[in-house]
Ligand binder design. Structure first.
Ligand code: FES
Length: 129
């Protein structure tokens, strides 16, 4: 497994500023089993290892305030446990009702077996890489 296999850079806004923050050991992640990460002063983030890499998205469903990390992951999408809306882990796009709004995505980097999540926007992450 190479670093590029487990580095994702989703599309988000350019006006955000942040840093990569270590959130888990890659060996501790189970495929398609999300974890909830809480970083100081920020909305919770869901991190999940899939067959397509590690992804991080906002943990709160855009339909109502439900934790997506309590949902199900399959085919690079997460299904909300409350009303079953699905979101694409690569883009954050809502894939069907009742959710109509996307969820935010966060860049992920895996270095030396440590999974880190970018706390700012993707454009800022690209500048830092
Ligand atoms: S709370 Fe997630 S689909 Fe309704």
């Amino acid at each position: 497994m190479t670093l590029s296999e487990y580095t994702t850079r989703p599309e988000t806004s350019a006006d955000d500023f942040g840093a990569f923050v270590a959130v888990a050991a890659l060996d501790d992640l189970v495929v398609d089993t999300p974890i909830r990460v809480e970083l100081d002063g920020r909305p919770p983030i869901m991190v999940v290892l899939t067959e397509d890499g590690v992804f991080a998205v906002d943990d709160t469903c855009s339909h109502q305030d439900t934790s997506l990390s309590a949902g199900w992951v399959e085919d690079c999408a997460v299904e909300c446990p409350l009303h079953e809306a699905c979101f694409d882990l690569r883009t954050g796009a809502a894939m069907g009702p009742p959710a109509t709004q996307p969820i935010a995505t966060h860049a992920v980097q895996v270095v030396d077996g440590l999974v880190s999540v970018w706390t700012g926007g993707a454009d800022a992450a690209s500048d830092a890489a």
